[in-house]
Write a protein that binds this ligand. Structure first.
Ligand code: HEM
Length: 394
């Protein structure tokens, strides 16, 4: 592997400080070039929008199997799952499940999600003060997604810990990754047990996976992976987006006024939150042939880190990139849900949850008064662990 022609950025972009405030690092990486060598992580960082999008579109060259994580134990552990597979295997795994998550297939649960969001917001508004992460952002996904996936009730107390560990494990081999890997093992063992025992809720995505296995469409190993493929990325991501939304609207009350005045802005606002505070900072790929990124030669077997959170603030692509603007006309072009064949399979559900909460809040809350937030540092997910808020109404 040669790095001779790529600029070098020597910082550890997974240090605590960098996770607290990654954006100056991302700007420096973008300024250095289209592909920048990170010696701390043994990977090329791709921080500009056009190059990130091009890499995500070229799954033939930039592979996900053995490519997603920045450490080999994690890449070995997830090899072959939807996120970490390529080509026909990947397309097949997506076909088995993803049709359940299109906007049209989700129509029957829209009412329940909306009712859940309305009831939750009514209760919290009546309280006046609450934690926007633990009381609001976590509550809706936890009440919607495990039922949708069909996860049995008795295994749910571990879900948040396991889901966070899943994302931590994709980082470089730092202390967060070391702590996370055994917990990912626990989650995988639990998912495998569900496939063995068939202990999933009837009519759920998980039940559909078992039916596909029984029909012979997939084998038992694929069923075990699919049991986790949709649950693992479904919680922390949405929780991150909702927490960031409250934080952004608390700091930009004039943007909240715009949403309240015109609820048609809710969908654009949800995109703008994911653009500005991308819940998933970055995932990797591995090259299977010599190639180039924006003219920088990249050798076969190189690791490439696609930084969605940087592409979403690329000044080459966005007008006023660091500004929160709920009326931004092109916020739907953000890469926070990924792009191309691995683009987020659960984004219709995520959007439904985020938009239902924002719409419910817009009906009654006039202002968010923020307390002191605490970041939850995770190798992949940008999130708060706690965000105290007082809401004003009327
Ligand atoms: C705001 C919420 C969410 C964000 C920002 C998000 C972000 C992402 C991103 C960036 C990827 C691309 C991975 C890649 O490029 O390799 C992805 C993939 C994926 N997401 Fe999401 N996600 C969210 C919610 C969800 C939910 C709710 C589910 C499940 C119900 C889900 C399931 C998946 C799956 C299964 C994949 C793998 C797709 C594939 O590899 O083909 N996500 N997500």
């Amino acid at each position: 592997m040669t790095t001779a022609q790529a600029p070098v950025y020597p910082a550890d972009v997974y240090s605590d400080d960098a996770l607290h405030d990654p954006y100056p690092h991302y700007r420096a990486i973008r300024d250095l070039g289209p592909a920048v060598w990170l010696p701390e992580h043994g990977a090329y960082a791709v921080g500009r929008y056009a190059d990130a999008r091009a890499v995500l579109l070229d799954g033939e060259t930039f592979r996900s199997a053995h490519g997603i994580a920045l450490n080999e134990p994690a890449n070995d552990a997830i090899l072959g799952c939807t996120l970490a597979s390529d080509g026909e295997r990947h397309a097949h795994l997506r076909r088995v499940v993803a049709h359940r998550l299109t906007a049209r297939s989700l129509a029957p649960i829209r009412e329940a999600v909306t009712a859940g969001a309305d009831a939750l917001v009514d209760e919290l508004v009546a309280r006046g003060s609450f934690d926007a992460v633990t009381d609001l952002a976590q509550a809706l996904p936890l009440s919607v997604v495990p039922d949708f996936i069909g996860w049995p009730r008795e295994g749910r107390e571990h879900l948040l810990r396991w889901a966070a560990a899943n994302f931590d494990s994709f980082g470089p081999m730092n202390a967060r990754t070391e702590r996370a890997l055994p917990q990912c093992g626990e989650m995988a063992a639990y998912g495998s047990e569900l496939v063995r025992t068939g202990n999933v809720l009837p009519g759920s995505l998980g039940a559909g996976v078992l039916e596909s296995r029984d029909r012979g469409d997939i084998d038992t190993e694929q069923a075990m992976m699919l049991m986790l493929d949709y649950l693992a990325p479904s919680l922390d991501t949405t929780i991150s987006a909702v927490g960031s939304a409250i934080w952004l609207f608390g700091n930009h009350p004039e943007q909240w006024d715009r949403v309240r005045a015109d609820p048609r802005l809710v969908a654009g606002a949800a995109n703008e939150v994911v653009r500005l505070e991308a819940p998933v900072r970055a995932f990797g790929r591995i090259t299977v042939r010599d190639t180039e990124i924006g003219g920088v030669p990249i050798a076969e077997s190189s690791r490439v880190l696609v930084i969605y959170a940087s592409a979403n603030r690329d000044e080459r692509r966005w007008d006023r990139p660091d500004e929160f603007d709920v009326g931004r006309p092109d916020s739907a072009q953000q890469l926070g849900y990924g792009y191309g064949e691995h683009g987020c399979a659960g984004q219709a559900l995520a959007r439904m949850e985020i938009e239902a909460l924002l719409a419910a809040l817009a009906r009654s809350v006039t202002r968010f008064e923020l307390g002191t937030p605490q970041r939850a540092l995770n190798n992949v997910i940008r999130a708060f662990g706690s965000l105290p808020v007082r809401v004003l109404t009327g």
